[in-house]
Design a protein around this ligand. Structure first.
Ligand code: ADP
Length: 263
C-alpha cells in the first residue's frame, strides 16, 4: 500500500524536514489550482467564438462548387470536434473542482435503458448491442455525473469496435453487496503496457485511430474523476484482438437500500 509506505517513510524525517515537505506539497497544490483555473477559463472563453464560427459555417453552402462544399464539410466537422473538446474540458474542470457529489438516489432502470438507446443510436445498426440487468437496485450519487461516466464508456465501446462486433452493457450486484456496471466490447483490445496511463488526459493508444473515431482524448479521464467522486473504481480487462471490459465498481455504501425499493 503506497500510502502506508509513505507514512512509514515520513516517520523517519525530523520535524523540520516534515515542515519543508509540507511547504513543497502546498506549493504543488497551489500550482495545480492555477493549472485547473487556467484550463477552465480558457475552455470557457473558447466557447463563444466557437459557437459563432459553428453557426456561420452552417449558413454557408457550397452548392455550385463541389470543392468548396468539401472544404465546408471538413470545417464543420473540425469545429464540431473543437466544440466537443471544449465541452469535455469544462466537464473535467467541473469534476476537478468538486470534492464530493450529492448522494441522491439514481434510478438505474431508466439510466440503463437510456444507455442502451445511446449505444444503438451511435452504432446505427452496425453492432449487436445487449443489456443484461441482474440487479434491481439503484445507486447513490449524482445522476448527471454517473450518466456521463457510463455514456463515455458506451461511446468508446461503440466507436472502437468495428462493424459486426458486439457491445454489452451489464449491471449486477457484487458479492460484497456493492454493484458493478460493465461495458464490454469485441473490439481491438488494449495492450497491457497502455493500461496504466489510459485514463490520463489526451493519452491515446493510437492517435490516428482515436481522432478518426471522433474522440476528444478526455473520455476516460472524465470517467475516472466521476467514479473517484463516488468512491468507486474503474477496472479494465482487455485482451488484444478480443475486446475490452470497462467496469465501474461501487461499494455497498453507494448502493441504495432495498427497503426503499418497496416504498
Ligand atoms: P478518446 O476520446 O481518444 O476515445 P478516451 O479517454 O475515451 O479518449 O480513451 C483513451 C484511449 O483509450 C483511446 O484513445 C483508445 O486508444 C483507448 N480506448 C478507450 N476505450 C477503448 C475501447 N473500448 N477499446 C479499445 N481502445 C479503447
Amino acid at each position: 500500500d503506497p500510502q502506508r509506505r509513505l507514512l512509514l517513510r515520513l516517520a523517519d524525517y525530523t520535524s523540520e524536514q516534515k515542515l519543508l515537505i509540507a511547504r513543497d506539497v502546498s506549493k504543488l497544490m497551489q500550482l495545480e489550482q492555477v493549472r485547473r483555473d487556467f484550463v477552465a477559463n480558457v475552455s470557457h472563453e473558447l466557447r463563444t467564438p466557437l459557437t459563432v464560427i459553428h453557426g456561420y459555417l452552417d449558413m454557408l453552402d457550397g452548392e455550385d462548387n463541389p470543392e468548396l462544399a468539401g472544404l465546408l464539410d471538413e470545417m464543420r466537422s473540425q469545429s464540431a470536434r473543437m466544440n466537443r473538446i471544449v465541452e469535455d474540458l469544462l466537464t473535467l474542470s467541473r469534476l476537478e473542482s468538486m470534492d464530493r457529489v450529492p448522494s441522491e438516489r439514481v434510478p438505474m432502470q431508466p439510466l440503463l435503458q437510456a444507455l442502451r438507446r445511446d449505444a444503438e443510436a451511435l452504432s446505427s445498426g452496425r453492432h449487436r448491442i445487449s443489456l443484461d440487468e441482474h440487479c434491481p437496485c439503484d445507486l447513490l450519487g449524482s445522476s448527471k455525473e454517473l450518466q456521463s461516466a457510463f455514456s463515455n464508456l458506451v461511446s468508446n465501446a461503440v466507436r472502437y469496435t468495428p462493424a459486426g462486433g458486439e457491445v454489452r452493457i451489464r449491471f449486477a450486484r457484487e458479492a460484497d453487496g456493492g454493484a458493478r456496471l460493465s461495458v464490454s466490447d469485441s473490439g481491438p483490445g488494449i495492450a497491457p503496457q497502455h493500461l496504466p496511463r489510459i485514463t490520463e488526459r489526451f493519452y491515446r493508444v493510437s492517435n490516428s485511430r482515436s481522432r478518426d473515431t471522433g474522440g476528444t482524448g478526455l473520455g476516460l479521464a472524465i470517467v475516472k474523476h466521476a467514479l473517484n467522486l463516488h468512491h468507486a473504481r474503474l477496472e479494465i480487462e482487455s485482451e488484444l484482438g478480443r475486446g475490452s471490459t470497462f467496469s465501474c465498481v461501487f461499494a455497498p455504501e453507494q448502493v441504495a437500500a432495498q427497503e426503499q425499493d418497496a416504498a
